[in-house]
Design a protein around this ligand. Structure first.
Ligand code: NI
Ligand code: MN
Length: 225
């Protein structure tokens, strides 16, 4: 199972038959090491909320690859209006197969042509890939709801650390103590000046491994199957 960080909150997960991209903000993302042109095959696209740095290139990638987009109902409606055909709408607390949508404390408006469209509630995802359970928090502040994730037995938590719009280093460290994942990978920092942060300063308990990926880098986990 492979987890590749593509900068900001973009992750590409490969395991078993799955090729999943989460929050595919590639064009316009100065950190991104890939463009939508680099992806010809995807099974799923997961979108945590409606902000441009998360919806990103979803429409283009969905149309090109035929991957199913998993997102909240309001974003599903928006994407359908853009001509995306394979969409699975779900909502917070809901599970469908290998995917569960989790709460996030944030916004989800979709900016378009100077307008702000309603994008429902923001979320995150717990997704099973290649025998591992990954939690992508989306954009969120620290919330006690994260305590519920401890029982989900998360292998890898992808957590924002940049502050201002999301948890900062201190709150992300508190989130790690609530979630108790085996590994934590910091995200959503340094893309913009206002979210500058040093991932090396993320404090984690001794039984949690902090994995710092630079954009383009991959973490490989031994196949469980
Ligand atoms: Ni956001
Ligand atoms: Mn964001």
């Amino acid at each position: 199972m492979r987890i590749t960080y593509l900068g900001h909150s973009v992750f590409y997960l490969e395991g078993g038959e799955e090729k999943i991209i989460i929050d595919p903000f590639l064009r316009g993302n100065a950190q991104a090491t890939k463009t939508p042109d680099d992806f010809t095959e995807l099974t799923k696209i997961l979108v945590t909320h409606g902000h441009g740095d998360h919806i990103g290139d979803t429409v283009e990638l969905a149309k090109k690859t035929g991957a199913t987009v998993f997102c909240n109902h309001e974003i599903a409606h928006y994407l359908a209006g853009k001509g995306v055909e394979n969409i699975h709408s779900m909502h917070i607390g809901g599970r469908f197969g290998s995917i569960k949508m989790t709460p996030a404390l944030h916004g989800s408006g979709i900016e378009e042509d100077g307008q702000m469209l309603y994008g429902g509630n923001p979320g995150g995802f717990v997704v099973d890939v290649g025998g591992y359970r990954i939690y992508h928090a989306g954009d969120t502040g620290l919330t006690m709801d994260m305590q519920l994730l401890e029982e989900e037995n998360i292998d890898v938590a992808l957590l924002p650390i940049g502050g201002n719009y999301t948890m900062d280093l201190r709150d992300a460290a508190r989130a790690v103590r609530l979630i108790r994942p085996r590994y934590v990978i910091p995200m959503h920092f340094d893309t913009f000046e206002v979210i500058a942060a040093d991932p090396n300063e993320l404090q984690v308990p001794a039984n949690v491994q902090r994995v710092i990926l630079k954009p383009g880098e991959t973490m490989q986990l031994q196949s469980k199957r």
